[in-house]
Design a protein around this ligand. Structure first.
Ligand code: NAD
Length: 538
């Protein structure tokens, strides 16, 4: 995805303050937009025009940052971080709970802005609010469990006291994509703040306003404003400057960009977590409830118009239920309400940009040209919105087609028949990705056993993705080229800390004493080790 798409125009010397811009018919109140964009760290005088996928309405001229602005943002974040790290864990957790309440109270405003910027269905925007509220509550409630200093066994009982502290990394760089503009802007940052870090955030250019509203909510929840800096600009330049200055990087986006960032972090010897792409499989086993599986497939494939890292692009269906499943799935897909609007009744919204539409259309055209069959959908719907594409079900997809192994990141799925579960597992594990999978079966225990054989970071039984994604105690992330590191759970917060071990030795040194020779000391030590082992086995 480039950032120069019709929903995200080229960088211009246009007005940095939309309040005084009389040239465009803004879809949003200008003073509202101005209050949001003021939070971008920018001295360039340059702006980036953003238009809505809903009717192409102009939304904002977002001020752009320079590399010097990024350096300034890091300097201020460092100062704020030192004070923040000295606050109590309870105070930080309390701020998260205030944020939780603000998210729920202000959901209409948040959803409106997400829909304006992304063109997604309102129900998909609501899920962003719900996911963030869950994240805030989970980390607030488990703060002590994850971050308290822990006593561990010392070298010698009574003589050696050892404890492990969790020390914040410092300033975390968070680079986020456009597909879940609210959730992705904040969900990884909340545990970073809880652990005592500051953040410099670089959201995607197409969805800056939502990320800025999220930053405003952090301020209102009581986080010091300097603790969360927002910079804006092209990925390689401004994202690159963030990676160049951060103490740790959390990146969500494409595998191609993730690889570049991993190299940069490797050079700097800093850690990173990379949440990348997927080509996620769903398995419908022969004993599955076909209607439940078809409902799940509709949600799993077409949520957010398929622009969801954990959505399904490959459906493997057991021979015995294949025809019944396909009938149920295709008829449900045909019945979906499409649109680019703020209405709750839309089942599937718009794609975000012309670039996304082009990729989706190209994958479908390529598959059809090489012999695939379109069971439903397959065309763009400019009558509904500039970037609306029909939910599309393909059969007969083969390895020579673009959409066989490459992520489409749109509302397109391929159906495959399988004859044995071993075959289904092998085909699900085929390819380079390993993000998310789903298994439908009436025998949940068998589903869980099969899940252990799937090389994906998350596997959902009788649900496409929400069961793992909404279980905040469960780590979420990818195996293989879907990424490294995990968000959520203990891993999601511990990644932002260094483990610091402090051990205190009492009474005797770990060395020969009273003129004892090294040889005798080795004998005494060996005796002590044998004794400790015996006591441990007793
Ligand atoms: P992208 O990699 O093009 O952009 C993501 C972010 O990285 C943007 O903020 C962009 O400005 C920035 N960026 C781009 N080039 C950069 C560079 N050289 N250095 C630093 N930053 C740079 O991704 P995209 O195509 O916009 O997003 C869609 C992809 O994200 C899909 O592949 C999707 O699967 C993936 N994704 C993964 C998850 C997950 O949790 N695994 C979640 C959402 C999206």
């Amino acid at each position: 995805m480039t950032e120069q798409s019709p929903t995200s125009g080229p960088i211009t010397d246009g007005p940095a303050d939309p309040e005084h811009d009389t040239t465009a018919a803004y879809a949003l109140d200008r003073s509202y937009v101005a209050a949001l964009t003021r939070r971008v760290v920018s001295s360039s005088g340059r702006t980036h025009a953003v238009f809505s996928p809903i009717g192409g309405a102009p939304l904002a001229h977002v001020p752009q940052s320079t590399p010097a602005d990024v350096a300034g943002a890091f300097a201020r974040a460092r100062t704020a971080q030192a004070a923040w790290a000295a606050t109590s864990l309870d105070d930080r957790a309390a701020a998260l709970l205030r944020l939780h309440d603000l998210l729920l109270d202000r959901q209409e405003e948040l959803i409106d802005l997400v829909v304006w910027e992304s063109g997604k269905a309102r129900k998909d925007a609501y899920l962003e609010v719900a996911h963030l509220a869950l994240t805030a509550r989970y980390y607030a409630r488990t703060a002590h469990e994850h971050l308290d200093t822990r006593r561990v066994g010392g070298m010698f009982p009574l003589l050696t006291r050892a404890e492990v502290h969790r020390v914040p990394k410092g300033v975390v760089g968070i680079i986020s994509p456009w597909n879940y503009p609210l959730s992705m802007a904040l969900c990884d940052g909340l545990p970073a703040l809880l652990a005592g870090n500051a953040v410099v955030a670089k959201p995607d250019a197409q969805t800056m306003l939502t990320a800025l509203l999220a930053a405003q909510l952090l301020d209102e929840a009581g986080f010091p404003p300097e603790l969360w800096q927002v910079v804006a600009g092209p990925g390689p330049e401004i994202g690159g400057a963030v990676v160049g200055a951060a103490d740790y990087v959390c990146f969500t986006g494409s595998t191609a960009t993730g690889r570049l960032i991993a190299r940069q972090c490797g050079d700097r010897l800093i850690g990173c977590s990379l949440e990348l792409g997927g080509k996620n499989p769903m398995l419908v086993l022969r004993d599955a409830d076909v209607h439940r599986a078809a409902d799940g497939a509709v949600r799993g494939v077409f949520a957010n118009a398929g622009q969801l890292c954990v959505s399904m692009e490959r459906l493997f269906v057991a021979d015995q239920v294949y025809d019944r499943f396909v009938d149920a799935f295709v008829s449900r897909t045909r019945a979906m309400t499409l649109g680019a609007s703020h209405d709750w009744t839309v089942d599937m919204g718009s794609l975000i940009s012309q670039a996304q539409l082009d990729t989706v259309a190209a994958h479908v055209e390529d598959a059809v040209a090489k012999g695939a069959t379109v069971l439903c959908g397959g065309t763009a719907r400019p009558d509904l919105g500039p970037f609306v594409f029909e939910p599309t079900v393909l059969e007969g997809v083969t390895a020579d087609m673009e959409c066989f192994a490459r992520e489409t990141f749109g509302p397109v799925v391929a159906l495959y028949r399988f004859h044995s579960e071993d075959e289904a597992v092998a085909r699900a594990n085929d390819g380079t990705y390993g993000l998310n999978a789903s298994i439908y079966t009436r025998d949940a225990a068998r589903g869980r056993a099969l899940a252990r054989r799937i090389r994906c970071g998350t596997v959902n039984v009788n649900e496409p993705y929400g069961a793992t994604f909404g279980s905040l105690g469960a780590p979420m992330g990818g195996m293989r080229e879907s990424g490294t590191g995990r968000r959520q759970g203990a891993e999601g917060v511990l990644r932002y800390t260094e483990a610091q071990s402090v051990a205190t030795q009492r009474l005797v040194p770990i060395a020969p004493m009273f003129g004892m020779s090294e040889e005798n000391h080795a004998k005494v030590m060996t005796g002590a080790l044998r004794l400790l082992d015996k006591l441990g086995r007793a």
